[in-house]
Design a protein around this ligand. Structure first.
Ligand code: SAH
Ligand code: SF4
Length: 384
């Protein structure tokens, strides 16, 4: 169920060189207006047009003078990334393939669940950290997304439900940085986008409902509290260094104890005392899903302020890993719960549209490679 929406590369090229205001948090936009000789309160007006009303055309911004609208149109733009395709799952999950500048594709997924709807956004094209069970990792790193491309994924999701007009109520209640890429390796743009998502002049989502997920880039995690108070999830996936280093290579540089300590410092720096770290643990059959791993995890997390999110592995071709059985998942879960940990198991959603981490883009890339192989062999055939 995939609708392909035409690309408009020529339109993009025509606008090259203009500053894209969509990804600018309030303080940046205020300075920018001052730099171009305007009053800084214009920033609030612009933010409301872009993020409350979904308006991208300066001409429609009727509380700005004609002269200012013309001036803005000459030097700036409000440009979300393009939707390359949109797929709807029978369970209500919606997935977009988003084409960013230069033509690369990233994915964004909206997962409705009761009165919540969580948007999973990407922060990079590919990822350099090479976790062994992650299809994004297998693609390697291409580039960081700009703040406009990150916040633009939220803009696109709301626009796709026509919800700006309807006051955008509840279309997206939560945002998680669990799409493609390692957010802490794109620090400045991710922080800018998160702060826009949480700003009342932006999307007004509470800090408890915007979650950054990291595999543990420690120097950046140590700095994070100075720039944002969003929620934090860490991708642990193993209860000890030997196992974690095998599946999450960055562990060789920043081991488990240091990661946990840094994450705790982050939440300790928050004024809100009730906050906890979300521990993500992807269950890989026969690798990290055994009762002894669960018991070791219980010991590791004793007295640690956290909740644990168990994620049964989402298989993809040639991954070399398997999803554990339902029984293995329940067994693991029970050990943690019996020890008093707060645990949730992430249910699989959007299976019919491959809405799991990195998968749709992976398949498109595969198809493209197959097409290339086909074209190459056809060309060879012609040459013969
Ligand atoms: N780079 C960040 C955020 C993106 S990945 C991070 O690693 O935290 C979001 C989560 O999905 C991470 O916990 C990651 O380990 C997990 N993940 C990646 N591939 C997966 C797969 N095939 N099955 C289940 N979880 C996966
Ligand atoms: Fe990168 Fe996260 Fe995938 Fe690891 S799990 S390769 S950090 S996207």
């Amino acid at each position: 169920m995939t609708a392909v929406i035409a690309s408009s590369a020529s339109e993009r090229d025509a606008q090259a060189g203009k500053v894209n205001l969509l990804g600018m948090p309030r303080p940046w936009l205020e300075s920018w207006f001052e730099e171009i000789g305007e009053k800084k309160f214009r920033a609030q007006q612009l933010l409301k047009w872009m993020h409350h009303e979904g308006v991208t055309d300066f001409d429609a911004m009727t509380n700005l003078s004609r002269a200012l609208r013309d001036k803005l149109a000459a030097i700036a733009e409000v440009r979300p990334p393009e939707v390359a395709s949109q797929s709807d799952s029978t369970d209500g999950t919606r997935k977009w393939l988003v084409r960013v500048d230069g033509g690369a594709l990233v994915e964004t997924v909206l997962i409705p669940d009761g009165d919540r709807a969580t948007l999973c956004v990407s922060s990079q094209v590919g990822c350099s950290l090479d976790c062994k069970f992650c299809s994004t990792g297998k693609q390697g790193f291409q580039r960081n997304l700009s703040a406009a491309e990150i916040v633009g994924q939220l803009w696109l999701a709301i626009a796709s439900y026509d919800a700006f007009k309807a006051g955008k109520d509840r279309v997206v209640t939560n945002v998680v940085f669990m799409g493609m890429g390692e957010p802490l390796l794109n620090f400045e743009n991710v922080v800018a986008a998160m702060n826009l998502m949480m700003d009342d002049f932006g999307y007004g989502i509470s800090k408890r409902r915007v979650t950054l997920s990291t595999s543990g880039v420690l120097p950046a995690l140590d700095e994070l509290h100075r720039y944002t108070d969003a929620s934090l999830a860490i991708s642990l996936h193993a209860p000890n260094d030997a196992l974690r280093s095998r599946i999450v290579p960055i562990n060789k540089r920043y081991p488990v104890a240091d990661l946990l300590a840094s994450a705790k410092r982050y939440i300790d720096a928050q004024t809100d005392r009730k906050r906890v770290v979300t521990i993500e643990y992807t269950l890989l059959a026969g690798v990290n899903d055994q009762p002894e791993h669960a018991r070791e995890l219980v010991e590791l997390l004793a007295d640690y302020p956290c909740k644990v999110n168990l994620i049964p592995f989402n298989p993809f071709p040639n991954s070399g890993f398997e999803r554990p059985s339902g029984n293995a998942v329940s067994r693991f879960w029970k050990v943690l719960v019996d020890a008093g940990l707060r645990v949730t198991v992430r249910t699989t959603r959007g299976d019919d549209i491959d809405a799991a981490c990195g998968q749709l883009v992976g398949q498109v890339a595969d198809r493209t490679r197959r097409n290339e192989r086909y074209r190459r062999s056809a060309a060879i055939g012609n040459a013969l």
